[in-house]
Design a protein around this ligand. Structure first.
Ligand code: GTP
Ligand code: SPV
Ligand code: MN
Length: 590
């Protein structure tokens, strides 16, 4: 007798009783026409895709894009909605000034009102998933209940979804419960609620990625950051990358940049032709879970299995790997279309025929693709995929990089003098807002550790926890701050960025090895232009000087702003951070 394929539905493990009870209770509240337990199989994905094509909610693309589809979301539902995202803890103080807060009982009541009967005529999908390798002790499971087949197809690419995850859930006792409905897409009836004390999420009224793919920001950052503090680890908005130098030595680096500020690009970096022998491979592009290891190093896993990446700006020059990657098995959301139905966005050649709303393209009306148009694709499609992404123990970090999008002040790169100073570098990240969240774009705001929208508890407690984790490390990663986004008076970027960023990474790895020179400045250690490997790069020396200068008056003002920003977190801010600011200010005043 032939054995069944591994993903055959007959292999479905028996769900634990409390999961079945929860599904029954949700079904009683939401009244779906039917219930479907997702097994994660190819056949299931094909059937869902076919149903969406028939319904007209997915569209096929040019034959050069096999198994790729276009999805257009509601025009009012194109980004994360931070103003209606809540952390609902019993004590409001625990959520911190960095989160919107609602009492758990009130939040449940309000959400249950919205969910009542909301799935009539729809299918309720039960989506078991695992964040992280299925056999890793660091991974955590969840179940998302949703009425959106688009969410199911995305969760299948972004997580280890289906029977294998359900089998782990059946073995373990704890899983995160995420309840999602697209609802009626009324922005006034849209809420994303987190209950970290209950390991629960309720999301209503949006189908957009960060609001609706509950394994991602809701579970793997907001809920996980809370769990991580209780359990002694860190859940971070970080890419993970393996960098091999010409000598064949591999270092693992994590980097936190705010949304749409370059994580996917750095994670998939292509070395410039003038740096032969370097190799960069991707472990993750958005989220990293960090654990202090018994060896005193900090170990990292990527809890995700795919990328939900920014499409605009992606092209063969800026990111050849990503450009190749999104030519098969990809879901495109809110991109434009060429006349022959190829996906199009700003940064690609030519002009589209239809814009992201499906209207004839008119450049006077707006961009072709939505600025937050995204691609969803399995990480396995990445030509630079690192096998280490599947290692249950993760990878040991040599360096952590923080960065923001800042036209002025922040230099190209500087280095923390030790772990605690590195925590200050992270806590002081500020960045111009992007289209990844609704609201004004280009406004400078403080975004500590790139976690402003994602930290599930009080920032003061979070920085304290960061310092406590560092205290356990005998071989901590070095911590750096970068800014790829400095501009000249004409609004031109001073630094070429993208692949050329490897020059800065090379200096960092030499710092890790103890071989690179740096200058001791009031803000941290900095390279001089001569310390960076710049062979093969044409850049005026005046620009380099500007990129690597410390503006004394500007930094005095910056630290004053930082102190004012920290003041809102009161006495939960670790005294060590105040002391480090004070020390820097004194040096700047000498
Ligand atoms: P999320 O998925 O939203 O968390 O964002 P991300 O950090 O992964 O953003 P991504 O890498 O997709 O960056 C998107 C934007 O940053 C695009 O507009 C890119 O063109 C721009 N970008 C990335 N790297 C660089 C760089 O080195 N220099 C410049 N000037 N722009 C960059
Ligand atoms: C971000 O906004 O940081 C993203 C996209 O990575 S989303 O998953 O929508 O949050
Ligand atoms: Mn992100």
């Amino acid at each position: 007798m032939r054995s069944l394929p591994a993903d055959h539905p007959l292999h479905a493990p028996k769900p634990p009783a409390d999961l079945e009870r929860w599904v029954d209770a949700v079904a009683a509240l939401t009244e779906p026409a039917q219930i479907h337990w997702c097994d994660g199989s190819d056949a299931e994905a094909a059937a869902l895709t076919q149903a969406m094509l028939t319904a007209g909610s997915l569209e096929t693309l040019h034959p050069d894009y096999p198994d790729c589809y276009l999805y257009r979301s509601h025009p009012n539902d194109v980004a994360r909605v931070e103003h209606v995202t809540y952390v609902c803890t019993h004590d409001a103080a625990d959520a911190g000034p960095n989160n919107h807060w609602m009492a758990p009982a009130d939040a449940h009541a309000r959400m249950d009102d919205l969910f009542r009967s909301c799935m009539r005529g729809r299918t309720l999908y039960v989506v078991p998933y695992c964040m992280g390798p299925l056999d890793s002790p660091f991974s955590r499971c969840g179940v998302e209940i949703t009425d959106s087949p688009y969410v199911v197809l995305n969760m299948r690419l972004m997580t280890r979804m289906g029977n294998a995850a359900l089998a782990r859930i059946a073995r373990e006792t704890r899983f995160v419960r995420g309840l999602h409905s697209t609802g009626d897409l009324d922005p006034d009836r849209r809420f994303i609620m987190h209950f970290p004390e209950e390991l629960a999420i309720k999301s209503f009224g949006s189908g957009y990625g960060g609001n609706a793919l509950l394994g991602k920001k809701c579970h793997a950052l907001r809920i996980a950051s809370w769990q991580a503090r209780e359990e002694g680890w860190l859940a971070e908005h970080m890419l993970l990358v393996a960098i091999t130098n010409p000598a064949g030595e591999t270092h693992y680096v994590a980097a936190a940049f705010p949304s749409a500020c370059g994580k996917t690009n750095l994670a998939m970096l292509i070395p410039p032709a003038s740096m032969p022998g370097w190799q960069v491979r991707t472990i993750g592009d958005d989220i990293a879970w960090l654990h202090p290891g018994p060896d005193g190093r900090l170990w990292a896993i990527n809890p995700e299995a795919g990328y939900f990446g920014v499409a605009p700006g992606t092209n063969a020059r800026s990111n050849r790997n990503a450009h190749q990657m999104v030519h098969r098995d990809t879901i495109f959301t809110n991109v434009a279309l060429t006349a022959d139905r190829k996906p199009w966005w700003e940064g690609l050649e030519g002009v589209p025929a239809l814009d992201w709303r499906g209207q004839p393209y008119d450049p006077t009306v707006g961009p072709g693709a939505h600025p937050n148009a995204r691609f969803t694709v399995s990480a396995k499609e990445n030509p630079a995929y690192a096998q280490e992404a599947d290692h249950p123990a993760g990878v040991p970090l040599s360096a952590i990089i923080f960065g923001g999008r800042r036209r002025t002040l922040a230099p190209l790169v500087f280095e923390g003098t030790d772990w605690t100073h590195g925590v200050l570098l992270g806590a002081s990240v500020a960045s111009e807002t992007t289209a990844a969240a609704t609201g004004a774009v280009g406004v400078l705001r403080r975004d500590p550790m790139a976690m402003k929208p994602f930290c599930g508890y009080h920032f003061g407690d979070y920085w304290r926890h960061w310092i406590a984790v560092g205290a356990q490390l005998t071989q901590p990663p070095r911590i750096f701050h970068v800014n790829w986004f400095r501009q000249d008076a004409n609004g031109r970027f001073l630094w070429p960025g993208f692949g050329e960023n490897l020059r800065v990474l090379s200096w960092m790895l030499d710092r890790v090895a103890g071989t690179a020179h740096a200058v001791d400045t009031p803000i941290g250690w900095m390279p001089t232009p001569a310390d960076l490997p710049l062979d093969g790069l044409e850049i005026e020396s005046a620009r380099l000087e500007e990129l690597l200068a410390v503006d004394t008056q500007g930094w005095r003002e910056e630290y004053a702003r930082l102190q004012a920003d920290f003041a809102q977190y009161g006495d939960r801010v670790p005294a060590e951070l105040h002391a480090r600011i004070q020390a820097a200010v004194e040096r700047l005043s000498r």
